[in-house]
Write a protein that binds this ligand. Structure first.
Ligand SMILES: Nc1ncnc2c1ncn2[C@@H]1O[C@H](COP(=O)(O)OP(=O)(O)OP(=O)(O)O)[C@@H](O)[C@H]1O
Ligand SMILES: O=C(O)[C@H](O)CO
Length: 541
């Protein structure tokens, strides 16, 4: 059976996908839903796409902000406005947020500066996403910077202009602050004598050693004039209204883009603890030591009462994306459950968790060996506890499985979050591609070690993708894996373990199956962490 999947996807999804390289693989049998022939990998991409489309920045602004006459309402809170609004923003989703905000604010808006990723306007023009671009008569200045998500001179210029704008505000003004993931790199304002290069090098070293975003941003806040509440402090006495798209676990306001409008609860000791945890104490530059010692305990820019002029609102999150993914998956005919929006930890352990979950689901669907199921369940619960994933709902998985057993519908399990990768090699990859490859390897090993194997009786797809469309410093958003992937790779002369030991997942997926398993979306201009989808159904006999 041949389906022109690439073409089909383009027609259906030209809002999101620049191109998607999926071609239908011959061993996937198709099912007919609403007259359409589609396969599991196609469905997984559609579900991922629904997640991303649910959190497009302009939609998030329109869903949360209203301007009626001289009243600006965000969620349930109103603010008077009278041609007194200034706007600043920084992050991967900020261009679309700013375009929608400027439209809504109309004549109330006076001036703005936004710091957005390098090349983003060109990508939007090239892909026809005109509604995310500012109008020619915009009152905003756009500065592109932070290539490869690293702070650079352009981002520094943007941060200086934002600081300058905020410093000039009075009690009559309202500062609209648009914040999204990637904001930390786009708003560098190192406290002298720390230099941009020193800050960049420290964050790079921490990231490479697997530091979490909470740890990274705790350190970033302590070395910045604008992070950790600094921007809000500078804008005082103006009313500050921040609209935030969350790309961190638990939606912690003080961590997203390092919380420029949020008081920080972290202390200097927290920074030293993190630096020593990753053995970086001896390589801290003198300038960093000086700034940390000056902070004398607190790294916050004032106490919480100093933030009475600030209102922070979360307007987009991983939970919103997964909710829409669930709707899409249900409409495609799957028994669906969302398991967690907080999957985090070392990518290797998370991949083990997903592999066990897939085996558990297959054995429950096959109603096989209950001892094996019990052992798997115990191991899953232990891994969840070890990874410390607070909201993981294994019971939701059981609900979907039971429903599927009753109805014969295929199963879709969804989760989201952000893992960390300990870089050991020099290859090219990202946490989603690495996770997909690791899951494939785990499934391969599990298949070899079990004699009666419910895995082989099921068609299984595992997708992991970054909602921002850029997984690590690669051109892909993520990748798709399945149980037979390792065997197929061997037949193509590719050794999965070699690629993994060099953190070279992008190179692997570029070569494997002519790159068909890569999800290539281009920059999506939004960012609410990563999404994983597991699709399972019994193989036809
Ligand atoms: N070769 C590689 N293989 C696997 N992961 C990698 C590789 N190189 C970098 N990474 C991971 O990519 C991540 C950095 O990617 P990126 O800049 O897209 O981060 P991000 O967390 O999505 O950014 P932000 O949160 O600022 O939006 C880090 O977690 C890093 O460990
Ligand atoms: O910019 C950042 O700090 C990360 O994307 C987390 O928000």
């Amino acid at each position: 059976m041949v389906v022109l999947f690439g073409q089909y996807l383009w027609l259906r999804t030209n809002r999101l996908f620049v191109h998607t390289k999926w071609q239908l693989r011959k061993h996937y049998w198709s099912i007919s839903i609403a007259g359409k022939e589609m396969s599991l990998p196609q469905h997984s991409v559609e579900i991922f796409q629904a997640a991303v489309n649910a959190v497009l920045p302009q939609t998030m602004i329109r869903n949360n902000v209203r301007v009626e006459g001289e009243r600006l309402t965000v969620q349930n809170q109103s603010f008077p406005v009278h041609k007194n609004v200034y706007l600043v923003g920084f992050g991967k989703a900020v261009l679309g947020m700013a375009a929608a905000a400027e439209d809504l604010l109309g004549e109330h808006m006076l001036q703005g500066v936004i710091s957005v990723p390098s090349g983003i306007q060109e990508v939007l023009r090239a892909t026809g996403k005109i509604d995310m671009l500012l109008k020619p008569q915009t009152k905003m200045q756009v500065i592109e910077g932070a290539k490869h998500n690293l702070p650079d001179e352009n981002a520094l210029t943007a941060a200086n202009r934002i600081q300058h704008l905020a410093e000039g505000l009075t009690a009559k003004d309202l500062l609209f602050v648009l914040i999204s993931g990637g904001g930390s790199a786009l708003l560098p304002a190192p406290i002298p004598p720390v230099t941009l290069q020193e800050k960049q090098s420290l964050t790079k070293q921490l990231a490479a050693k697997g530091a979490t975003i909470h740890e990274l941003n705790t350190v970033r806040k302590s070395l910045s004039l604008l992070k950790g509440g600094g921007l809000a402090k500078i804008a005082n006495p103006a009313q500050v209204v921040s609209l935030i798209m969350s790309d961190v676990i638990g939606d912690s306001l003080d961590i997203i883009a390092s919380g420029p409008t949020v008081p920080s609860s972290h202390r200097t000791e927290d920074c030293y603890k993190i630096l020593s945890k990753y053995n970086l104490e001896s390589s801290i530059p003198e300038s960093v030591k000086e700034v940390l010692s000056r902070a004398k305990g607190s790294t916050t820019h004032g106490e919480s009462q100093d933030f009475a002029h600030v209102c922070n609102f979360i307007i987009g999150s991983n939970a919103i994306a997964l909710k829409q993914a669930k709707c899409q998956s249900e409409s495609l005919g799957y028994s669906t459950s969302v398991l967690s929006t907080a999957v985090s930890g070392d990518v290797r352990n998370v991949a083990k968790l997903y592999s066990m979950l897939i085996q558990y689901a297959c054995s429950t669907l096959a109603d096989s060996n209950s001892v094996q199921q019990g052992n798997l369940k115990d191991a899953i619960l232990q891994t969840i506890a070890m990874l410390d994933i607070p909201d993981f709902q294994l019971d939701n998985c059981l609900i979907a499985l039971e429903e599927s057993r009753g109805s014969g519908r295929p199963v879709c399990l969804l989760a989201g979050g952000e893992t960390t990768v300990m870089l050991r090699g020099k290859g090219k990859g990202g946490r989603n591609q690495e996770m997909a490859l690791l899951v494939a390897l785990e499934l391969h090993k599990a298949k070899l070690t079990r004699s009666q194997d419910p895995l082989s009786e099921h068609e299984v797809i595992f997708l992991s993708g970054g909602t921002d469309g850029q997984d690590g410093p690669t051109e892909a958003a993520g990748a798709i894996a399945y149980t037979e992937l390792v065997d197929e790779a061997i037949s193509e002369g590719l050794n999965v373990e070699d690629f993994l030991s060099n953190n070279d997942s992008f190179t692997f997926f570029s070569k494997f199956n002519n790159g068909s398993n890569l999800i290539v979306t281009g920059l999506t201009c939004t960012n609410v962490m990563d999404v994983q989808a597991i699709l399972i159904r019994p193989k036809r006999r």
